[in-house]
Design a protein around this ligand. Structure first.
Ligand SMILES: CC(C)(COP(=O)(O)OP(=O)(O)OC[C@H]1O[C@@H](n2cnc3c(N)ncnc32)[C@H](O)[C@@H]1OP(=O)(O)O)[C@@H](O)C(=O)NCCC(=O)NCCS
Length: 236
């Protein structure tokens, strides 16, 4: 039987004034993050808002949650394009920078050193934020009559979700902005896209704050959704 080589990922953490943002290849091993992730997907109101009828609420066991994160995000996104979802937690006071920087990208040995000083299991997880190549993840198969798509760096879907108890504090905005800027600076992303359910005005507001405008594209072929694009690459 062929042996499967696990890809290793560069140590990476994003720090914003209020958040610590950790790639899921690291966060998947944390039971506290898996518990938060599964609770969001078991929440009917959250799922309806985020995914419409495509994805009814699910009750996953801890093993199922790990499997979902592993297959849908790590294998399809991180292993393929070296980007994907990040787990988002409140930044412990001891790590708040002074003066407070908008975004710190911490990599390599500095990141190892930082991670050694934090008990990741004890962080207060609030949600997730991610960027992914929509062409290999969420888009339906293309048909012969469909127009050709631009390169994948121009087809980067932004996604985020925050536990309802943390809504209205700007945390989704703070997290998604950091992940988007990181993907531009470190992965050469050139254009972002997104889809929202028509009723999801809360998410539309978040997108508009970044400079997203309705694109009129029909990539996802879903009449209940609005499609968006953003070519602004300096978010701070
Ligand atoms: C969409 C979702 C992430 C938005 O959450 P949210 O808390 O409303 O968004 P933010 O974290 O950016 O908060 C924005 C609000 O917080 C307020 N706020 C408070 N403090 C703030 C701060 N320091 N900075 C920015 N906004 C702040 C703002 O006034 C803003 O409200 P407004 O836009 O009405 O003025 C959340 O509703 C969610 O998780 N929904 C389910 C998943 C989902 O729909 N995902 C998107 C799929 S397309």
């Amino acid at each position: 039987m062929a042996s499967v080589m696990e890809k290793s990922f560069e140590p990476l953490v994003l720090i914003t004034p209020r958040l610590i943002i950790i790639p899921t290849p690291t966060a998947v091993s944390l039971s506290s993050y898996r518990a938060l992730y599964s609770s969001l997907h078991a929440n009917a109101a959250f799922c309806e808002m985020a995914f419409g009828h495509h994805f009814p609420p699910r009750t996953w066991s801890d093993d199922e949650t790990r499997e979902v994160i592993q297959t849908r995000d790590i294998q399809r996104c991180w292993e393929r394009r070296d980007l994907g979802d990040f787990a988002v937690a409140l930044l412990p006071a001891a790590f708040q920078t002074d003066p407070c920087k908008e975004l710190c990208i911490i990599k390599g040995p500095d990141c190892d050193q930082m991670l050694n000083q934090i008990c990741l299991e004890e962080l207060q997880w609030v949600g997730y934020a991610g960027v992914r190549d929509a062409t290999t993840t969420s888009l339906p198969p293309r048909e012969a009559a469909d127009p050709a798509l631009p390169p994948w760096q121009e087809m980067i879907e932004v996604r985020y979700g925050v536990s309802p108890q943390f809504w209205g504090q700007g945390l989704a905005t703070e997290a998604a902005k950091a992940v988007m800027q990181w993907s531009v600076d470190e992965r050469g992303v050139k254009r972002f896209i997104a889809e929202t359910e028509r009723e999801n005005t809360r998410s539309a507001k978040v997108l508009q704050k970044f400079g997203f405008t309705p694109s009129g594209t029909d990539y996802w072929k879903e009449p209940t959704e609005i499609e968006w694009e953003c070519t602004k690459l300096r978010l701070y």
